[in-house]
Design a protein around this ligand. Structure first.
Ligand code: NDP
Length: 334
């Protein structure tokens, strides 16, 4: 056990990490961008004392010295989980909106820990399958060994900006450790598309996190006339991703490792089929039963062995994940 700083506490994945940290007995401090978000998190956990759960404000992770104060704590932090990074597809200014917060946010927190939080033993960085995939030439089987070869020039093309932001941020983290030799080690968690229940205290229908938007659209009838391209054919449940973050600080051998956390492959058609079976009352809103799947027969494979063997993750099925996601979305009014 110990004390953990979790950045981006208002995020979809972070909300589940908070629950697991508390359940596993960690004292938890989250960073949020406003008092309002911090208060919502505290209110949702009325049983957690001030020592167990609190928040600090970090308005913009890209700002110089953004984490210098947040990493100082008494008693000091033992671990840091860095999830805060922009994830949406509304690219106005690739550098300011994505690349800076992703890269400078990551190097900034590592620098601040090295300078002001010497008790920290491990930092877990939320990276992504985006930092693994090679969209130009897919690997036959993706694993932790693969890296997205995206260049800075390509990153400025909005279709590649998000994936590049995750790739450069993760590279910057590994480079930092190699060059600066800090007193902590790092681990990265690399999930593909994350589905799973949203927590009610952070969400409304017009602010559904990016990776659940396709399930939200589906159950609202927006894909009645046809499904959009699946695009990334691998997925994972948010509760498994959250557990992977916590296991990455609990398991000593996780230090210095990347973890590709995926439950397996899927297509939007598979998601629609799960919803059709679990919620017959939504039939009128769903695409035609015989809509084709766009998953190629030779779709890339995945190797998630390390996450199972080292972190002990037992992945949820698509049926469970999509059903629970749809249930949570319906309960907030979808
Ligand atoms: P969310 O958008 O729900 O969470 C992102 C979090 O980052 C929010 O707390 C957000 O704060 C915070 N944030 C974003 N930009 C800044 C900034 N400039 N300064 C301070 N805080 C900021 O997304 P997810 O929970 O899905 O994503 C969390 C992490 O997981 C990200 O690193 C993402 O790249 C990664 N990931 C997500 C996947 C997915 O499918 N969901 C897949 C692979 C990786 P606020 O709420 O105030 O905007």
């Amino acid at each position: 056990m110990g004390k953990v700083l979790l950045t981006g506490g208002s995020g979809f994945i972070a909300a589940h990490i908070v629950d697991i940290l508390l359940a596993h007995g960690f004292d938890t401090v989250v960073t949020v961008r406003s008092d309002e978000k911090g208060q919502r998190i505290l209110k949702a956990h009325p049983d957690a004392s001030k020592e167990k759960l609190s928040y600090v404000i970090v308005k913009d992770v890209a700002a110089e010295g953004a984490f210098d104060e947040a990493v100082k704590s008494d008693p000091p932090f033992d671990y840091v989980l860095h999830t805060a990074s922009p994830f949406h597809f509304n690219v106005q200014d690739p550098v300011k909106d994505f690349l800076d917060p992703a890269i400078k946010g990551t190097t900034g927190i590592l620098k601040a820990i090295k300078a002001y939080a010497p008790a920290v033993k491990r930092v877990v960085v939320t990276s992504s399958f985006a930092a693994i995939i090679n969209p130009q030439k897919h690997a036959e089987v993706y694993s932790e060994k693969n890296w997205n070869p995206v260049t800075w020039e390509e990153a400025l093309d909005s279709s590649q900006t998000y994936r590049a932001s995750k790739t450069f941020a993760e590279k910057a983290a590994w480079d930092f450790v190699e060059k600066e030799k800090p007193g902590f080690d790092i681990a990265t968690i690399n999930p593909p598309l994350v589905f799973g229940p949203v927590v009610h205290y952070l969400n409304s229908l017009d602010a559904i996190n990016t990776s659940n938007q396709r399930i939200s659209n589906l159950i609202q009838g927006n894909y009645k006339d046809g499904l959009p391209p699946t695009a990334t054919f691998l997925w994972v449940d948010v509760r498994d991703v959250a557990l992977a973050h916590v296991r990455a600080i609990e398991v000593p051998e996780a230090g210095g490792q990347r973890f590709f956390v995926t439950s397996g492959s899927y297509s939007n058609k598979d998601v629609a089929d799960v919803v059709r079976k679990a919620f017959p009352e939504l039939e009128d809103k769903l695409p035609p039963r015989d809509a084709p799947s766009d998953k190629p027969a030779d779709v890339y494979g995945y190797d998630n062995k390390k996450s199972i063997e080292v972190l002990g993750i037992q992945y949820r099925s698509l049926e469970e994940s999509v059903t629970d996601t749809a249930k949570s979305l319906l309960s907030i009014g979808a």
